[in-house]
Every structure is written in structure tokens, then in C-alpha cells.
Design a protein around this ligand. Sequence first.
Ligand SMILES: Nc1ncnc2c1ncn2[C@@H]1O[C@H](COP(=O)(O)OP(=O)(O)OC[C@H]2O[C@@H]([n+]3cccc(C(=O)O)c3)[C@H](O)[C@@H]2O)[C@@H](O)[C@H]1O
Ligand SMILES: Nc1ncnc2c1ncn2[C@@H]1O[C@H](COP(=O)(O)OP(=O)(O)OP(=O)(O)O)[C@@H](O)[C@H]1O
Ligand SMILES: [Mg+2]
Length: 275
Amino acid sequence: MRELQKQIIETLHAQPTIDVQAEIKRRVEFLKDYMKRYSFMKTYVLGISGGQDSSLAGTLAEKAMTELRAETGDASYKFVAVRLPYGEQADEADAMQAIDFMQADEVMRVNIKPSVDAMYEAVEANDLTISDFNKGNIKARARMIAQYAIAGARNGAVIGTDHAAEAITGFYTKYGDGGADLTPLTGLNKHQGAAMLRELGAPAKLYEKVPTADLEEDRPALADEVALGVTYANIDDYLSGKAVPDDVATKIENWYKKTEHKRHMPATLYDSFWR
Ligand SMILES: Nc1ncnc2c1ncn2[C@@H]1O[C@H](COP(=O)(O)OP(=O)(O)OC[C@H]2O[C@@H]([n+]3cccc(C(=O)O)c3)[C@H](O)[C@@H]2O)[C@@H](O)[C@H]1O
Ligand SMILES: Nc1ncnc2c1ncn2[C@@H]1O[C@H](COP(=O)(O)OP(=O)(O)OP(=O)(O)O)[C@@H](O)[C@H]1O
Ligand SMILES: [Mg+2]
């Protein structure tokens, strides 16, 4: 195995294989244990997009809250699913199907378009051009703001959907979807996440769907694999310690190095990761 590959696997807690049922159980337990640790905390908040990652994390969160209510008799433990469209969302039906499947305790909806457009215009007023790509990151950060406002109003914590197959390329917006309080999918690769959703009985559409950030207006529903220039099959193989073609491994490692800053707290003069 490549030296960096070994290091990455260890750093990201990737596992070559998982026991799907046991993995579901221990991640639900994690969500329950965390909630019990802080007595004021009563809700988990997560944006549901209609994609695989939020379908899985939301389902685990709802399971955790259902079990906590039953075990403690405290009915105030709730999972809040949040719809965060930018105006009309093309795959709105998938998002609602995911919410129906997980049987979220509460559903909230915040249209991020007015705030994103206002921010975009206010920044551009400084004789700056904000690209469509850059505006996409404003959308991801607006979603983070909405989720934290809900968590603030409900004694909640914000769930993030980061996992090993995303962390390795840093394919998320820093302090956008990367901004969260806890990440129950850490260490999983993309196929493992799909296997867990299948085991949970989710509609196949939710885990067979092409992964997309869907942040750009010029390239709607742009597939992650196209944006990254590498497939999840390759990323998962790499994370499982398997051999992948040299050019693919180099591409993955270049993404990893370029996005190192995202996997740390803000750099300080006391840190060595950036040196
Ligand atoms: N070396 C460095 N040390 C410290 N900070 C550094 C840095 N390089 C950039 N930065 C900072 O980071 C910023 C760039 O990072 P960031 O703002 O995240 O932006 P960036 O990584 O350029 O773009 C985010 C990417 O993630 C994708 N994404 C976003 C959200 C969700 C999903 C999804 O799959 O759903 C995917 C999105 O499509 C895009 O390709 C720079 O503006 C700068 O402030
Ligand atoms: N339109 C949206 N509405 C609500 N939440 C969203 C929306 N778009 C993104 N998010 C949030 O941002 C997170 C990151 O998006 P990402 O695309 O990585 O995950 P996903 O859509 O759940 O799965 P996939 O990666 O397979 O598309 C989502 O998991 C979700 O919590
Ligand atoms: Mg998505």
C-alpha cells in the first residue's frame, strides 16, 4: 500500500469492511450517548437534501431519538429535519421521500434564496465578481446558518454528514456543510453508507442516486464524480487499502493535500499541519 494511503486510512478512520448491522447500532448509540452527556440538549437538527448522506444521517438520528424517548420517558427528545431549498429544488420529491422514510419528528422549511441573493448582491456591490461556484458556497453556508438558528431555538445540536469518502477530497464547503457539531458518518465510505441505508429499508432511489452537491446554477445537479474527476468506486477502493491506478491515486492524494486546511481548526502559529 502507498505510504500516504496508509496514513489517510488511519486519519480518517476508514475501515475496509463493516458489519452493517453493528455499524448502524454503534452510530445510533453514539448519537444517544452524546445527547445524554449534555442534559440541556434535546434535539438534533439536520438538513435533508434528498441525497444519500443526509438520508442516512437523518435516519440514524431519528432512530436515536425514538430510542431515547422510549428509554427515558422524556418526550422532548426530537429530531428536526430541515428542508433548505434555494428557491424551487428540482429533486424536492426525493427530499420529501427521505423525510417520510425516516419519519422525522418535526419538519421545518427555510428557503435560503432571499438571504443568499441579498448576501451575493451586497458583496458584489464592492466591485467584486462572485462566480457561480463561489455563490454555491454561500448557499452551503446559508444552510449552516439556518440549521444553527434552529438548534439555538430548540436546545439542539447540528448534525453534519461528513464521512471518509468526502473528507478525503475535502469536497464540502468549509464552515458550510462542513460546519456541524457532530458527524455520525465519520469513517464510512460511500458504498458502506449505501449498504446501511439498504439495511435500514430505505427506498432504493435514495442510495442509488448520483451524488451531487447541486450548488451551481450553470451546472445543475453536477455529479460529484465529474467535479472531482475521480469515481466513488475508486475513492472507496483507495480507502479500503486496495490498489487503484497510479494516476487515480495521485488525483485523490492531490485533493487530500489541497484540502488539509479544512480538516483542522483555523491555523495558528502553534500548528504544524500547514508548515
Ligand atoms: N491552504 C489554505 N489554508 C487555509 N485556508 C484556505 C486554504 N486554501 C483555501 N482556504 C480557504 O478556504 C476557502 C475555500 O474553501 P471552500 O470555501 O470550502 O471552497 P472550495 O473548496 O473552493 O469549494 C467547495 C467545494 O466543495 C463542493 N461542495 C460544497 C458543499 C457541498 C458539497 C456536497 O457534496 O454536497 C460539495 C463544492 O461543489 C466545491 O467543489 C478559501 O476561500 C479560503 O478562505
Ligand atoms: N437542498 C438542501 N436541503 C437541505 N439540506 C441540504 C440541501 N443541500 C445540501 N444539504 C445539506 O448539506 C449536506 C451536504 O450535501 P451532500 O450533497 O454532501 O449530501 P447529500 O445530498 O445528503 O448526499 P449526496 O452526497 O449523496 O448527494 C447534506 O447532507 C444536507 O445535510
Ligand atoms: Mg447531495
